[in-house]
Ligand binder design. Sequence first.
Ligand SMILES: C[S@@+](CC[C@H](N)C(=O)[O-])C[C@H]1O[C@@H](n2cnc3c(N)ncnc32)[C@H](O)[C@@H]1O
Length: 463
Amino acid sequence: MANFPTAYDNLERFTDDLCDFIATPLIRQLTGGIHVNDALIHNSWETLPQEWTRWWSLISDHRLAQQDLINAIDEDAEPRSKGHGEQAQLSQSRPESLTEWLSTMKSLAISRTRCPGPTITLPEVLIARMKTKKISEVSIAAAYIQGVCQSRGITHIIDMGSGQGYLSISLAYLFPNLQILAIDSSKSQVAGSQLFATSLGIPESRLKHIVHLIDGSLGLSAIINNWADGQKCMLVGLHACGSLSEHILRYFTSVICIEALAVVGCCYNHIVPRSPSCPTGFPISSALREKGVMLSATALMTACQAPNNWGTLDKDRSRDKEKSDFGKRRLYRAIMEKILFDKGIKMNSRQKAFWGIRKGDLVHFTKFARRAMDCLEIDYDKITTVELLYYERKYQDYKSQIAILWTLSVLCCKVIESVIALDRYFYLVEQKADNVDIIPIFDFKISPRNLMVVAEKVVYKSQ
Ligand SMILES: C[S@@+](CC[C@H](N)C(=O)[O-])C[C@H]1O[C@@H](n2cnc3c(N)ncnc32)[C@H](O)[C@@H]1O
């Protein structure tokens, strides 16, 4: 079996357990049933198991409880029986049912621990424009791609969603035997990439750029075929956001000259769910479609999180100011939603998306509320200052609850991302691809979106 959780030696059982888990009422609630912003409207805290809320209520600093939850899904964390100190003692007192739920969640997540693999040291001319994260990703991805090309005699690479061209340019610069086609829908990204390639003396004959929307259309298949001119190709995508990854998979399976695939997804919130107006949307595999798997917008957003990369609590508990502002922002937003709900003030979705809150608006709730009302175009006389102060006082002690609810929802990130990766895996297998796998290719601490979906095609040699 490909790189699926070690607790499973059977893909069917893993798929069933994962799909059953994300369909439980608690996961449904946490990933969209009730958004944390609406927690005060729907009394979300009361819907959690009482044994858990009672325990959390006894913890004097909710940040310890948040850290405990995050540690529980950390692949590298020590078993709770082994640790020492305040955090370890806390985890040892955790209710058994919560521990069981957390370990189920952990056991259903595809591993993010980096698989050992080659890395290339990039020359200064290439890294000068890249951030540390991109340098690390390109060093690893380029080495992997070159290895596949060498072993399969592939000379042509198509980079979809090539952006500023960090990967395409590095491949072209490092391996002069390769021809690259870089495709992106953004004119400015392509222009930036072209400029960089030209500055390095890479001719258009070796690295061709095109501005094109990648949407599964046949027109792009024809362009690729024309460019490849019968040569073997590998299709790659580095942080191909949202549904772009799904389109890439479709081009891999439908364009004959493409023999190998390596794609890392990101920005899952841009995935388009399947609907009558988008029958090709998520999920793309028959396996998950038959199981009726659906992910809400909140669930997709959750999959973009990486709580295990958040900083840990300082010894003196002075978590940096940014994090405490973040908790305040969550609480204030929930209070404001409660006020709007209680007063029957409705907003359209355009308004709802725009709250325009700045750091300085977090000094106290009234400032936050007035700023939000300005952005949402709500007259001040609809909510008086006295009312704002009343709500602030009433809910000031709910910060811990909102923070824990938020952490619980973020905690679902690994299982939701696993569902998305599994869907892509199944799609490729159903399309008869070979050597399909999901490889944690990058160091998770540097690149939390580190799952690379890879596949090859069986090539039948004519006798
Ligand atoms: C997250 S960036 C990654 C860029 C590059 N691969 C890298 O790793 O630096 C995603 C890129 O995909 C492009 N993109 C997203 N959806 C696309 C689509 N449907 N068609 C073409 N390009 C797309 C964006 O313009 C953007 O440049």
